[in-house]
Design a protein around this ligand. Structure first.
Ligand code: BGC
Length: 466
């Protein structure tokens, strides 16, 4: 079905995201051997990806409304391929850092647009699962990078060059697809929007169901012609969505996920695993658990709902990070295994919940006219806090020890439980237009509910606007 083709093509962007994050874990020791990098340049080169992504997300938040979702993804695809070629050809660490900055820029653009592209094309009842394809692709990209590091274990150039392949695939795939019906309607391109809906839903363009969908999108879009502004994003209607969007990414990142993803072999070494072959195998094990549990999460997200899954994820992460903290704080060898079990449980809790949910929810909760801007702000939070964790991890370990650092991450997850209970709405099965109506009604976002079939459950009547 067309919607799966859309989700998979946009998902290639997620694969590239994960690949370019994970590839450094395997390449680092080869780069050290060849160039003798000092710790400062290592920090600069490693965090060039999240740093570049910050700016990519910032720019994409604007471009996505002005130029369209598809066009921005095409640009990102080109940058992925160019960045990979430059990284592979680098003559030293400065050039490699610049290439990684370009790759980061592409990731930042794609990380905002790909989930949006999927979410705006998906039917409400499958939206969570379809957007999670994006997160699954990220985890496959991370695992792919760890495996590529195993295959090309003596050539960092080959590792980086591999990233050009999915870049080209993304370009070709997006070239074949249309923009989303919602963006086309906003551009007054109704005929194209009709064709897009018909092809996504496998219906004839003249079908009444296509009419109904066009009508619904137009109704929402009509009431908000004009570009959304930052003032609107921070205004009373969109602010609750902004708090949830930024808060979820803050918590996702400060739970320490990328300390594990970027530095997994180091974490295993600090936790007591001395052999580097064991460290690499354990790292690949982490990559596999990350992929498998993301699949489990995809099965649950539209079934048990966003809120319960988020609360379960934060609880599991808090407990497992606590286990790692205790194990790492003691030198007892018997506890090394506790650290390993803790890490596996942490990755499992993350992948089933904290991984996909911020992406899914950021694509759902913002009103249409500030959706690009709001998602830009949420992505910015993702990359800003990602950068903070990746940059600070080595320093924090040096000062507090691995146990202290993971204890802090555990506390962040406890705060996450409170945040989820008090502020996060249940968006499962609610049409994007109904979420928007609810925001405009002025009721707390947290009280959003799915309208019972066949009658107005308060939500459809709550938006005095229409
Ligand atoms: C996060 C990334 C992280 C990945 C791990 C994503 O949702 O945003 O920063 O590396 O999950 O699977």
């Amino acid at each position: 079905m067309m919607i799966y083709v859309i989700a998979i093509v946009a998902g290639i962007a997620g694969f590239l995201f994960g690949f370019d994050e994970g590839v450094i874990a395997g390449a680092l020791h080869l780069l050290h051997a060849q160039f003798g990098i000092d710790p400062f340049m290592e920090g600069v080169m490693t965090s060039a990806v999240p740093f570049g992504a910050l700016f990519g997300a910032l720019l994409a938040g604007r471009l996505v409304d002005a130029l369209g979702r598809r066009w921005v993804l095409l640009c990102a695809a080109l940058l992925f391929a160019i960045g990979a070629a430059f990284a592979a050809a680098a003559n030293g660490i400065p050039m490699l850092s610049v290439a990684r900055l370009v790759l980061g820029f592409a990731i930042g653009m794609a990380s905002l647009v790909a989930p949006l592209y999927i979410s705006e094309s998906a039917p409400p009842e499958k939206r969570g699962m379809l957007v999670s394809i994006y997160q699954l692709a990220i985890t496959l990209g991370i695992l792919g990078a760890y495996l590529i590091a195993l295959v090309f274990s003596d050539s960092w150039r080959a590792m980086f060059l591999f990233g050009a392949v999915p870049g080209v695939a993304l370009f070709l795939g997006m070239h074949m697809l249309r923009d989303t019906p919602r963006w086309l309607v906003k551009q007054n391109r109704g005929a194209e929007a009709r064709l897009a809906i018909a092809s996504i839903r496998s219906l004839a363009p003249g079908d009444a169901r296509v009419d109904a969908e066009i009508h619904e999108i137009t109704r929402t879009a009509d009431s908000e012609r004009g570009k959304g502004t930052w003032a609107e994003l921070f205004g009373p209607v969109a602010r609750p969505a902004l708090v949830v969007g930024i808060g979820l990414f803050l918590l996702q990142q400060l739970s320490g996920i990328n300390a594990v993803i970027y530095y997994a072999p180091v974490v295993f070494r600090e936790a007591g695993f001395d052999l580097s072959s064991v460290q690499l195998m354990a790292t690949i094990g982490i990559g596999i658990v990350n992929v498998l549990m993301t699949v489990v999460g995809m099965g649950l997200i539209d079934r048990i709902g966003r809120r319960p899954l988020l609360i379960i994820g934060f609880c599991g992460a808090a407990v497992s990070l606590g286990m790692i903290a205790i194990a790492a704080a003691t030198d007892a060898e018997a506890l090394d295994i506790l650290a390993f079990i803790g890490l596996v449980l942490y990755i499992a809790s993350f992948a089933v919940s904290l991984g996909p949910l911020p992406w899914v929810m950021m694509s759902e909760i913002f009103p249409l006219n500030v959706r690009g801007l709001g998602m830009g702000a949420a992505s910015l939070a993702n990359w800003g806090f990602n950068f903070l964790v990746v940059f600070s991890f080595p320093l924090m370990v040096a000062h507090l020890g691995l146990g202290g650092v993971f204890a802090i991450y555990a506390l962040v997850c406890v705060a996450g439980v409170v945040f989820a209970v008090r502020l996060v709405p249940e968006t499962n099965g609610v049409a994007l237009e109904d979420i928007e109506r609810h925001l405009r009604s002025g009721q707390p976002l947290r009280t959003l509910k799915r309208a019972p079939a066949g009658r107005d459950g308060g939500i459809l009547l709550s938006g005095g606007r229409v």
